[in-house]
Design a protein around this ligand. Sequence first.
Ligand code: NAD
Length: 471
Amino acid sequence: MTISTALMINGRSLKGEAGTFAVINPATGQAFADCPAASKAQLDDAVTAATEAFKTWQHTPDDEIKAMLHKIADGIEANADELAEIVVNEQGKPLALAQMEVGGAVAWTRYAAELEIPVKVVEDSEARLAELHHKPVGVVGSITPWNWPLMIAVWHVMPALRTRNTVVIKPSSLTPFNTLRLVEIINEVVPAGVVNSVTGESGIGSGMSAHTGINKIVFTGSTPTGQSIMRSAADNLKRLTLELGGNDAGIVLEDADLDKVAPAIFQTAFLNMGQTCAALKRLYVHESQYDELCQRLAALAAEQKVGAGLEPGVTFGPVQNQNQLELVMELVDDARAGGAKILSGGERLAGEGYFYPPTIVADITDGTRLVDEEQFGPVLPVIRYSNIDDAVARANDNVNGLGGSVWGSDIQRAKEIAMRLECGTAWINNHAEVLPHCPFGGCKMSGFGVEFGEEGLLEYTAPQLVSINRG
Ligand code: NAD
C-alpha cells in the first residue's frame, strides 16, 4: 500500500513546514507512517488559496458542478481498495466495514451531486415578486474525527462544493491519510485551491476556528472541542454546524420481539466497535424482558471474532487509540467496582494492539459513569426499568441529545414514546441508521445544525431574498 503523505494547498502537493508526526496502527500499537504537519503559515496559504479559488468557483454552472462531483465519486470508486486499506491501517476497523465506509463515501458524493439548490417564491403578486435564493458562504473549514474519517470528510466536503463553496479540511491527527488521499482525488477534478488539506495539532484546528478568512466551520467531534470552536468563531461570526458527542438511549418495551431486536441492538450498539456518534450507548429494558435480552446480547458478543482488521474472518477490530481504550477500561472497572455484572468481555486482550472485546454490563443504573458518560467504545450498559415514564425520564436525563430509539411490536405506542425522547433522530426498531436524504443532527449538548438532505445542503449557504417591486 502506498500512502499519500503530502498536504494539498492550491493544487500543489507539499511537505509540512512543522515537521511530521507518527500515525499509529491500532491493531499493533505501532507507528506505521509519518504524516506531514502543517505550519500556521501553511494554514494561511490554504485559506488564501481557497479565497482566491472562490472568486471563480462560486460562478460555476450547476451542471458542471454536478458532473465534477460524479467524477470525484468515480475517482473514489477507482481507488476504493487503496482507501479501504488506508482506513483499516489507521482506524482499525475490519476490512468489510472499511469497504462499506468507502461505498458510503461514493453514495453520499453522488447524492450531493444530484441535490438541487432550491429557489422559493415567497410572494408572487401584483405588488412584488419575492424569491428566496441561497448563496455560498465562501471558505468552509472542515474539521473531522477519527471514527469514520473518510465518510465524515465526504459528508463535509461534498455539500460544501455542491453549493459552490471552497474548502480547507483538517482531519484528525489519528487518522489523516485517508483524507490526504481523498483530497488528491478531488484535486484531479476541481480547479486548484477549491479543496485544500492541512494537518496536525499544534493549533491548526483552533487556528481554523479563529481564522477570519474562513466563513463557516463544519465540525464533527467531541462536545468540549465544539464548545472551544464556538468560542473562537465569534470574531467574524462564523456559521457553524456542530455534530458533537452523544449518549443515545434505547428503550426496549414489554412487547419487543427479542428474536428480531437482540441482533439489531447488538449491531447498532457495537457498530464500528461502539465508536459511532449515534451508536446505542445506554439500553433501558423492561423488567419482563431484561434477563433474556441480557443473555442474548452476551451470546452475540461471545460470537465475535476480535482481531486485526485485515485478518480474514475478523468481525471486531481494536479500539482506535490508547486514550479511548483507557477510558473504556476505566468506565468498565468503575461499573464493576460499583457492583455491576460483566456478562461478556470486560478485560483488555493481551498483546500490543488496542483490543477490547464487546462487553455487556448488567445490573447497572443511572448515576454510574458508564451510563451517564459517553463511552464511545465496545461496551453497552443494560439498565432494568419497570415503568415507561420513568424510563423516558431517565433516557432524557442526560446533557446529550443526538439519537434515541424505542424497540417494540406495537408501532403506534413505540412512536408515541419515541417522540417524547429529547434527541435529533428517534428510531423505532432501529438505531444509528444515517441516510443521505434524512437530515441528521443533535440537540442539547450534541450540537446544532443538520447534515444530509436539502436541509443539510442549505447549511452551507446564506439566504438572500430578492424582491422585485411591481408597483
Ligand atoms: P475531538 O473533538 O477530540 O477531535 C475532533 C477534531 O477536532 C480533530 O480533527 C482534532 O484534531 C480537532 N481539534 C482538537 N482540538 C481542537 C480545537 N481546540 N479547535 C479545533 N479543532 C480541534 O473528537 P474525536 O475524539 O476525534 O471524536 C470522538 C467524538 O466525536 C465523540 O464524542 C463522538 O461522539 C463525536 N462524534 C460525533 C458525530 C456526530 O455526527 N454527532 C460523529 C462522529 C463523532
